[in-house]
Design a protein around this ligand. Structure first.
Ligand code: ZN
Length: 183
């Protein structure tokens, strides 16, 4: 891959170590993205930077395994949190042992694996988007399998929809154009 030259004033040699380090990090991100389509080189998750700091340029195939395990853990944890709310509010038990939460290991088709709930893929493993995706999948599941409209806006008694508002994952009530509750 061609070396990126953003600043003409930057000497090729002799740039400070921090800049060289940042360049190496960026190069690695682009290499990963070329092979795995993940992570977004412009907005990598914080753990990717930490991995680079502790382990350097992890090769893409090894990175894919690490990313999969990481996503499995983070999405399962978020799922457990949302499921607890579902249990409290609807009585439906979506425990983590529920086979509807499915994990597929990295493959040619899914380079960093696939996490899905009841057939809905959960692509993001970072808040707030991860919570919105989970909420959407769980909401559809409750509607399809349990004929339940969940959750309802306590003020307007109508179904709400998950979205990101002011950087947070929330249930949004379109009837009143307001946040009904955090996800
Ligand atoms: Zn409302």
């Amino acid at each position: 891959m061609a070396q990126r030259q953003d600043k003409d004033t930057t000497p090729v040699n002799g740039c400070d170590p921090e800049e060289r380090y940042d360049n190496a990090f960026r190069d690695w991100l682009h290499e990963l993205y070329d092979v795995l389509d993940f992570p977004d080189p412009e907005a990598p998750p914080a753990w990717v930077r930490k991995l680079f700091e502790s382990s350097g340029r992890v090769p893409p195939d090894r990175f894919a395994g690490i990313a999969f395990e990481r996503r499995r853990t983070d999405i399962t944890e978020a799922f457990t949190r949302v499921a607890a709310t579902v249990h409290t509010q609807t009585g439906v038990d979506l425990s983590v042992n529920n086979p509807d939460l499915a994990f597929e290991h990295p493959s040619d088709e899914f380079p960093i694996g696939l996490v899905s709930f009841a057939g809905s893929p959960i692509w993001s493993a970072d808040p707030p988007e991860m919570y919105v995706a989970l909420a959407e999948a769980i909401q559809s599941y409750l509607a399809d399998r349990h004929r339940k409209v969940w959750p309802l806006c306590p003020r307007h008694h109508l179904g709400t929809h998950p979205r990101v508002a002011a950087g947070q994952a929330v249930w949004w009530c379109y009837a009143g154009a307001h946040e009904s509750e955090p996800i």
